[in-house]
Design a binder for this molecule. Structure first.
Ligand code: PRX
Length: 653
């Protein structure tokens, strides 16, 4: 967060209590009720979570709720046998939810489909049988690179059903990113589509996958979903390796019993950026994640049988896993899934979808809200948004101005807003208002969810008003570690306070009401449009280019994206830092990660500011990039570098 953004947040004093009408119908109705339940969840986590787990289906009940004998490797519900897919689908088939829409899908070009819980169950069973026919079984890793079509949640649920480990790769990632993830996880199957739609353009997904898996010997088969696009686009099918999903599915039964899985069997891997050049495969297991996403979805979104719930995140990110599929479906919600961009064919698409399907709960990212604000009030104003009763945000701190716009223009001043703070690693929401309970303050994720005991600490572990966020005790949805690298897991998340507290990597402030305000990352991870990008990832890509000597990538405040990236690059002797090189470096980032990771600007400079011990002073680079007064530069090895950097920066501005 920039100093200016921080000042705005610190000055924010407005409070918005929920209406008594909302509270009276909510699952949790009062602050007293929340506080009592929260206290219980902290003092008796095993009692609390076993009661929650009892609301779900188990083939066999657990022996122990929490095994904390080997911290930080916590285990939940050991001895229990369950299946999260069963809890999302089969559990609803005996009652009125059987014929309730589970997924209401809309494609970008306007095609649509509705699947009831019974129909989704059949689709998932058929999909699971296809997976089995390709030799996929329990514990096998399956990479999924699909657009937001119905087959995406179906593929995810089908993996869960048979105990295969899904690894969804967001369909904006490049071939090389697919390759890295497939190789690291040793996936034996890749599921993709021939293509998808994005902003009126065809994304040739199969081609991207082909380039990605070329050198991956572990991949035995590629399963291809047909998106149904009439226009011509390039792709090919490799004999023996590639199979059309619809051809294999045609011969399959729509009955496939859910595998009775151990509580700690792995459910999925999801790669996320960290502070090194290599993304980490975050692991989640069946039961703890299941119980946690079930309860957070139920209480934070106050899900009721009549709700139409729309989470706009792509399934390629953790939000799509926990709050498009697993959380809402365990609660038998009707979930809207939209394939395309918010501004296609025009800037009003989201609001038309809200009106068309009578969406009652809408969950999106602050970066999207800021884009809507910029596009103009007339787009939401043209639509009937009166079906909305609750709004949510996720992915980054929301600036109060965007919060107020969301509250007034979208929520008509009547909808509570839940600002939900969490991460890929936490599995589910850990800080959030409860919509019927918590008076909200624009920009604050407010209070902890049940089972979460946060503290704001100094590096030394003292509690302070403003410092580093920590979580004091384990919770069921937390990650079980990093695939293939548990040392890195310990080092990254548990070494800060002698292994006593979980370290999420964010700065935070606690105000006089005990509300928590997230102040942004304290490590070298930048949150661009709510997506984590490790600066080290870009830096290691740049130095692969023969003309680059060194680089430092930093995050700077960005009007729409929250944060954008600025790359400072020094070139080797004899090379020119010019537009051609700039383009080449951008192309390299697009090729290695994806276009979404390209920086706002590349600034070439003869040198980087360093301390006498050779450490790059990133803070100074941020000050330069955000046009701030520079403080003391005498600790620099070469103070004259600052002027030349400022010149370079201003030249391109
Ligand atoms: O910095 C925090 C920010 O997003 C990070 C987690 O990113 P990721 O694992 O990709 O998950 C994003 C969706 C859950 C956090 O470390 N973040 C997420 N939600 C918020 C947030 N920062 C402030 N307020 C939030 N509500």
């Amino acid at each position: 967060m920039s100093d200016q953004q921080m000042d705005t947040v610190l000055a924010e004093t407005r409070k918005f209590p929920p209406s008594s009408e909302f509270s009276s119908k909510a699952h949790i109705k009062s602050m007293e009720e929340y506080q009592a339940l929260h206290k219980r969840s902290i003092e008796d986590p095993e009692g609390f979570w076993s009661e929650v787990a009892s609301e779900l289906h188990w083939f066999k009940e657990w022996d122990t709720v929490l095994n904390d004998s080997e911290p930080p490797f916590f285990k939940w519900f050991e001895g229990g046998k369950t299946n999260i897919c069963y809890n999302c689908l089969d559990r609803h088939l005996d009652g009125p939810n059987r014929d309730k829409p589970a997924i209401v899908w809309e494609g970008e070009p306007g095609d649509s489909a509705t699947l009831t819980y019974a129909e989704l169950h059949s689709l998932v069973c058929r999909f699971a049988n296809v997976l089995k026919s390709l030799g996929v079984g329990k514990g096998d890793r399956v990479a999924i690179y699909l657009p937001m079509v119905v087959e995406l949640p179906a593929a995810v649920l089908a993996c869960a059903r048979i105990g295969a480990v899904h690894n969804v790769v967001f369909a904006g990632f490049s071939s090389e990113s697919i390759k890295d993830r497939v190789l690291d996880s040793q996936a034996k199957l890749v599921i993709t589509a021939d293509a998808g739609w994005r902003r009126g353009k065809i994304l040739a997904l199969k081609e991207i996958v082909d380039a990605g898996v070329e050198e991956c010997d572990c991949v035995e088969n590629v399963l291809v979903v047909k998106r149904g696009i009439e226009e011509e686009f390039a792709f090919s099918m490799k004999e023996g390796r590639d199979h059309w999903y619809h051809e294999l599915a045609a011969g399959q039964s729509d009955d496939c019993p859910a595998e009775e899985l151990d509580a700690e069997d792995m459910l999925f891997l999801l790669y996320t950026s960290g502070t090194t050049g290599k993304p980490k495969g975050i692991m989640h297991t069946q039961a703890g994640y299941m119980v946690y996403t079930y309860l957070t979805a139920k209480y934070v979104f106050d899900l009721k049988p009549e709700d139409v719930y729309w989470c706009t995140a792509d399934v390629g990110w953790i939000t799509g896993h926990s709050y498009l599929i697993y959380g809402p479906m365990q609660n038998a919600a009707t979930v809207v899934v939209y394939e395309g961009a918010p501004n296609w064919p025009d800037n009003g698409r989201f609001w038309e979808i809200v009106e068309k399907y009578k969406v009652s709960i809408f969950y999106t990212a602050p970066t999207a809200i800021r884009a809507f604000m910029k596009w103009g009030d007339e787009f939401p104003q043209k639509c009937d948004l009166s079906s909305l009763r609750l709004l949510g945000t996720v992915g980054e701190a929301i600036n109060p101005e965007a919060w107020i716009w969301y509250h007034e223009l979208i929520g008509g001043k009547r909808c509570p807003i839940v600002d939900t703070y969490w991460q890929t690693e936490t599995g589910g929401i850990i800080l959030s208002p409860l919509p019927g309970v918590t008076p909200t303050k624009p920009g604050s994720a407010t209070l902890p969810f049940f089972g979460i005991d946060p503290a704001v600490l100094t590096d030394g572990g003292e509690e302070v008003r403003a410092g580093i966020l920590s979580v004091r005790q384990p919770w069921p949805g937390m990650t079980r570690g990093i695939w293939g690298d548990q040392e890195r897991y310990k080092d990254t998340y548990w070494c800060k306070w002698d292994g006593k507290y979980y370290f999420p990597g964010d700065g935070a402030r606690k105000d006089e009401d005990g509300y928590i305000w997230i102040l942004g990352r304290v490590d070298d991870v930048v949150n661009v449009s709510g997506h984590r990008i490790g600066t080290a990832e870009l830096e290691s890509i740049y130095v692969e280019h023969p003309s680059v000597a060194e680089s430092a990538v930093i995050g700077v405040a960005h009007e729409i994206k929250g944060q954008g990236l600025v790359s400072f690059v020094t070139v080797r002797q004899g090379f020119e830092g010019d537009e051609t090189l700039s383009k080449a470096l951008n192309a390299l980032v697009a090729q290695k990660i994806g276009k979404f990771a390209m920086p706002e600007r590349i600034v070439f400079s003869p040198d980087l500011p360093k301390t006498r011990s050779g450490k790059i002073m990133r803070r100074l680079l941020r000050d330069i990039a955000e046009g701030r007064e520079l403080g003391n530069v005498t600790t620099l090895a070469d103070p004259s570098i600052v002027e030349s950097l400022q010149d370079q920066f201003n030249k391109g501005a």
